[in-house]
Design a protein around this ligand. Structure first.
Ligand code: BG6
Length: 277
């Protein structure tokens, strides 16, 4: 069952419930900010300090970073692109007891052209059942070649940052954004300080081991993965975060970032996808 809900301030979202799970997806940014299997705690982290209001980025869930990931060369442009705060259209593809599929679309407009000059078609298919699936497809409908970087910027809800471990990135090269240095990952990742890394050449399942569950992440159309936790000091100064927010969240982001950016000729398209289970 899918219900369209609007808060008093005009913030609109789809409230989804089927036999396996419930989910909430904002029309702004096609941003899923809640997904929970009926027998489990929420899979996605949402900051207690995040205010759901039109035009404000949501801190948590899965922001769509597009058509660039991170800070663009022009500091006047927004970090992580513009798609995460603009309103998207949607179409309900499947609304069955066991599975819900919705496709969101963002079209070029005078507003998008102020940020980025290209014509494009962007769609996000979200599948909700006992797994959560996202497929972000970019089509170049322009006459020029375009290069995009992007991410499905997933905030996972965790028991405690000190007790989780990420497996599947062992032996992979990564760029450390904090020190602007390159490394090779030795062993599983555990956390004891701010972490902000872009891993490359990733072609396998990633596992997030939490004391209460193991989450598997299968990506496609992507060979880069971002692992991010702001730790104490950055949590304190970031928007829509509490000083202790870093304890209960970990971002493992399905990306096309840095050397895994995608160049599309006119008429070409690319899909970045993830399946979380
Ligand atoms: C991560 C970046 O993907 O997003 C971090 O690696 C950044 O450097 C974080 O701080 C949050 O970004 P934002 O724009 O949502 O505050």
């Amino acid at each position: 069952m899918i219900t369209l809900r609007t808060l008093d301030n005009g913030f609109t979202y789809l409230d989804i419930r089927n036999d396996h799970a419930c989910a909430k997806i904002a029309l702004q940014g096609a941003h899923i900010f809640h997904y929970q299997r009926h027998d489990e705690s929420p899979l996605l982290w949402l900051s207690d300090a995040s205010i759901l209001q039109p035009g404000t980025a949501i801190r948590g869930g899965i922001p769509i970073c597009w058509p660039w990931f991170g800070m663009p060369d022009d500091p006047a442009l927004p970090q992580h692109g513009f798609a995460r705060v603009l309103p998207w259209d949607y179409e309900i593809v499947t609304d069955h007891n066991d599975v819900t599929v919705i496709v969101f679309r963002l079209q070029p407009s005078t507003q998008t052209k102020t940020f980025w000059p290209y014509r494009f078609e962007l769609s996000l298919q979200i599948t909700v059942n006992d797994q959560l699936g996202l497929k972000l497809t970019t089509a170049n409908t322009d006459v020029e070649i375009m290069t995009i970087s992007s991410a499905l910027h997933t905030y996972f809800a965790i028991t405690d940052i000190h007790s989780v471990k990420v497996l599947g990135l062992e032996g992979k090269p990564y760029w450390d954004a904090l020190s602007d240095t390159n490394h090779i990952q030795a062993g599983g990742i555990m956390f004891s300080a701010e972490t902000d890394r872009v891993y490359q050449h990733v072609d396998n399942t990633i596992k997030l081991l939490d004391p209460k569950r193991t989450i598997s992440i299968d990506n496609n159309g992507s060979s880069s993965v971002v692992v991010w936790n702001p730790w104490i000091e950055k949590s304190t100064r970031m928007s829509a975060m509490m000083p202790d927010s870093y304890l209960s969240m970990l971002c493992i982001e399905t990306a096309n970032a840095r050397e895994d950016s995608i160049t599309l000729s006119p008429g070409q398209s690319h899909t970045l996808g993830t399946r979380i289970h």
